[in-house]
Design a protein. Sequence first.
Length: 364
Amino acid sequence: MWNGPESPYQELPGLPPAVDLATPRILSALIEPRAALAALNQACKQLPNPALLINLIPLLEAQSSSEIENIVTTRDELFRAANLEELSQISPAAREALRYRAALRAGFESILDRPLTARTAAHVCSEILGREVQVRSGTGTYIGNARTQKRIYTPPEGKGVLESKLSDWEKFIHQSEELDPLIVMALAHYQFEAIHPFSDGNGRTGRILNLLALKELSLLDMPVLYLSGYLVRHKNDYYRLLSAVTAEQKWEEWLVYMFKAVEQTAKWTLQLIEELLELQENFEQKIREYDSSLPAADLTKLAFTQPYLRASTVMDYCGVSRPTATKRLKSLATAGVLTSEKMGRNTIYLNQSLLQLVFSTSVD
């Protein structure tokens, strides 16, 4: 039983909860997100250049998931840092968001050859924070209102208690074949947030675990669901519904919210794929029309995988000399598909059509 926000939730029940998880509302709310996820997974398999999404979506996810924790950076700063690797010149917030992207990639790589476990969670959290993380053993951890500092929730305490609850969380993910995988993901997300096993980084870790769970449960093969984009736009509901599960066992409302998040972001990504493919086609066609001797397909693939380009980028990708790489970039700028910009002593070239699309889009 929960005894209120001041007391550690030592009796946090395990999963699944003792409620009906097959109500008409839950079953009805499952239909659209499952269909949207299936369509997205199929579309990703047919992409001629999967790196396009794999490089793009995790950066957006990193920005929004970090923003939920009030770590705010702009998309432009984040994309520049990720593509140009000027790490000494970026803000602490952008640096943290880049660590989130690295953590997402590390998490995906880790579950390719071993199951999603509590160890995976610790590894992901360590990548996010940039230091080794272990299950907390001290007392005094609580979740409070950032503005008023009022205590909202106090998670369980004691390393043994936390490790036991994480073990149960892990077993639930892998031993719940009777439940729809989206229900498993949503329940597991609440449970991880409620356990709050680490001293810091739990929220961001939990949102990465959502995407790993979709992979683990065979719903989505690539990390291309911009789930935090929905959560940050509906941040108040996110925290309100988490609290309502704790205080009132309102699981149905929580599940429906998470299903809607999956549905909206899957549909958003599908629409983005259509727009990106059209942009790519137009980009390549303009290159061919300008100079048929240029390797249009290769340059297009590069510009959509890395929208901030230097001569060295083209040199490495195309295996050409610096003069040739520079000449090609200048040709693309003249053709109107790239724009040039001075950065210190160097010139960088931007795929503005891609960046304009990415910077202007958002999940409803």
